[in-house]
Write a protein that binds this ligand. Structure first.
Ligand code: DGJ
Length: 682
């Protein structure tokens, strides 16, 4: 058997081949350089018993039905005449340089796996399949990997519109858990991120392996306990999403992280890796004002001018004009596709508004939803054949999807968007996507990537934000093209706190948009205090989205104070890490620490009343145990008048060791409050 290994500071993977498709024999904690790999593989191989095949079918990178593999195969493909492809793969070459490239061949087909160590201890694996004739691909796993037996819990992210990124945990015992994201985007329901962990793992304790599929078109995940006890995990594009026959198919990158110190030990490497891959964006990150929840489709010049002035006075630095500026878009039944300024609303184009925005020191951004079309639009009347899917398909928000695989569709969209970006001084595009594709189609994702890449090349100064009804398209694929995501349409600070906390499983603060919403939340009906709303947005890339005319003097003062604080701290916060802290039910806390560890800020939220009167002391993590840290509470949470602890009254100085072992007691707080504590390493 030939064997190879891939090492990072956090994990070792060992691969071996006896001439057929290589298997990952080991994925786990780093192994010493002198570990004999042959001995490792031999010592880990299981035995046989009665009632079994005479040999254990290999759990290879591409498990094969033809080798009697008892679980889900890694490839399902057909020849042009419909014959299932079950090639007898033979290892053709193995190159080890800055990574490992394994090439297998059979029957005019070539299968290549690329395995590359990544910065921050991650490993990336991808698969390509080429054929000497057109074939039809139903399913190709980027890789099948063994799940170590002591990883007994699987946590996936589930969710829905306005409650995205909710972790769901299941035990891995028998049978398969299969997730097939068939909505044509990474999705509110199916963010392509998951982790395997030992039971009892928290943010700070436990062994974890995290996987992320960097693709914006929906993924398929298989986690399966095989009858004899081995367990496999596979990820790839949603099944059946390659709709046309072809001669080359590429999976996206499957990113792997591993850590021994709880979820933070995999989420921080992911935050850093994704941040490193973001496209360039304006620094410092400007405070946004987005007018959607203030005016919706009502664009009135005088009203807009007033809102612009108030947003600037509150501290906004970029003004984003949302939906409603084009065609005759007075509601969501019309005009998608007609990317021409509506002269009824903006009779002199955008110039008067841009002048006003720039006069007040802000930049101007604009909303688009390029992949969509309304039947009531000039574009539809001219090109009804540009629509994707059958005529009788169910509409979504009254709209249909354009066929992004068509060159003429993409050329048309490029021409229209390019003209608007040339005509007006726009430095930011909010790119929305509010309708699911009528069927899974990887070609749509390739089409939108292509259009984004063309526009970015033509307008390198324009930042594009990924928004798909809020958090519907957030993954390591889109995040190489978009430096910011609109995380959710929920501006309810209580919901938002949870959503952004869980999304930090992989999403860095710098890429995560978070806005201060209206007092009466439009998506939940809750009425929440400004301190909670403002400090929630200040934990990520901050913005405002309420009608500034509704603010009381006190609310405006609170918002201005928090925004000023954010501006003074954004540079180091957004270049640092989000450490999530363990808190009891009803509470939630994060520490953001500068990249050099010299300063930190803690946001400790009380969402609901807690069971115990005294919440347990807030234990920190990731500190230098020998260093001393001075902590100061800059926002005291509202609570009973007797509710005090040392930190709410004065500065506290402790060693990192004490802060991590005991922590600091927080004053019991009312629900819907956030305590904010700044820290300096002395
Ligand atoms: C959905 C987005 O998530 C909102 O922020 C807003 O842009 C609307 N679409 C506009 O139609």
């Amino acid at each position: 058997m030939r064997v190879w290994r891939i090492d990072t500071a956090a994990q070792t993977l060992v691969f071996g081949s006896d001439g057929g498709v290589a298997c990952c024999h080991y994925w786990g904690a780093p192994l010493p350089a002198d570990q004999d790999l042959g001995d490792l593989v031999a010592a880990g191989a299981g035995g046989l018993t009665g009632g079994m095949l005479d040999q254990l079918p290999p759990l290879s990178l591409l498990p094969e039905a033809r080798r009697s593999f008892p679980g889900q195969p890694g490839l399902v493909a057909f020849d042009g005449d419909g014959t299932p492809l079950e090639p007898a793969w033979a290892l053709q070459s193995a190159d080890q340089g800055d990574g490992l490239t394994l090439v297998h061949a059979a029957d005019g087909l070539t299968l290549t796996h690329r395995i590359r160590p990544q910065p921050h201890g991650l490993v990336a694996i991808s698969a390509s399949l080429t054929a000497n004739r057109p074939i039809r691909l139903h399913w190709l796993a980027a890789a099948a990997l063994p799940v170590p037996p002591h990883m007994d819990q699987l946590t996936e992210l589930a969710g829905r519109w306005t409650r995205e990124f909710q972790p769901v945990t299941s035990d891995l015992d028998h049978g398969a858990r299969i997730r097939d994201a068939r909505t044509g985007r990474s999705g509110h329901e199916h963010p392509p991120h998951l982790w395997l962990a030992t039971a009892g793992t928290t943010h700070t304790r436990g062994e974890v392996m995290a996987l992320h599929y960097g693709w914006s078109g929906g993924h398929r995940m298989v986690v399966e306990a095989l009858p004899e006890g081995r367990r496999q995990i596979q990820l790839g594009h949603a099944s059946g999403s390659e709709r046309a026959t072809g001669t080359r198919f590429d999976s996206a990158e499957l990113l792997l992280a591993r850590g021994d110190a709880g979820l933070n030990s995999v989420s921080i490497p992911f935050q850093r890796a994704i941040r490193d891959r973001l496209p360039p964006a304006r620094q410092p990150r400007p405070v946004h004002y987005n007018g959607w929840e203030a005016i919706y489709f009502r664009h009135d010049a005088r009203e807009l001018s007033d809102i612009v002035a108030r947003a600037a006075a509150l501290g906004a630095e970029r003004f984003v004009l949302d939906d409603g500026w084009f065609g005759r878009r007075d509601d969501d039944t019309t005009s998608l596709g007609d990317w021409q300024i509506d002269p009824r609303k903006h009779p002199h184009g955008f110039q008067p508004l841009i002048d006003r925005v720039q006069e007040l020191g802000m930049r101007f951004g604009l909303w688009f939803e390029p992949e969509m079309i309304n039947e009531d639009s000039d574009l539809y009347r001219a090109h009804p054949d540009w629509v994707l899917g059958p005529a009788d398909q169910i509409r979504g928000r009254n709209q249909l999807h354009l066929d992004m695989t068509r060159d003429d569709v993409r050329d048309h969209l490029f021409t229209r968007l390019d003209a608007i970006l040339r005509d007006w001084d726009i430095d930011y595009v909010k790119w929305d996507h509010n309708r699911l594709t009528p069927f899974p189609d990887a070609g749509q994702t390739r089409g939108v990537y292509d259009l984004l890449d063309r526009l970015r090349a033509a307008h390198p100064q324009v930042e594009i934000e990924s928004c798909a009804s809020g958090g519907g398209r957030i993954d390591a694929g889109i995040l190489t093209r978009c430096p910011r995501v609109w995380l959710s349409d929920s501006n309810d600070a209580l919901e938002r706190l949870r959503i952004q906390h869980h999304a930090a499983a992989f999403l860095p603060a710098i890429a995560t948009g978070s806005h201060v919403g209206p007092r009466d939340c439009h998506t939940s009906g809750r009425v929440l205090p400004m301190a909670l709303r403002a400090w929630t947005a200040a934990q990520r890339h901050m913005g405002f989205e309420m009608d500034p005319r509704e603010l009381t003097e006190h609310e405006a003062e609170t918002l201005t104070r928090v925004t000023t604080w954010w501006k003074a701290n954004r540079d180091w916060m957004l270049a640092g890490d989000i450490w999530r802290l363990d808190r009891p039910q009803g509470a939630l806390a994060e520490m953001q620490m500068a990249a050099d560890g010299s300063r930190l800020v803690i946001f400790a939220a009380t969402l609901d009343s807690t069971v115990a009167v005294q919440p347990p002391p807030l234990r920190l993590t990731g500190l230098d145990p020998r260093a001393r840290y001075r902590l100061r509470m800059i926002e005291k949470p509202l609570g009973h008048h007797t509710s005090h602890t040392a930190i709410s009254q004065d500065e506290v100085t402790l060693t990192g060791a004490a802060l991590m072992a005991q922590g600091v007691a927080l004053p019991p707080a009312f629900p819907q409050t956030v305590a904010v504590i700044e820290g300096m390493r002395l």
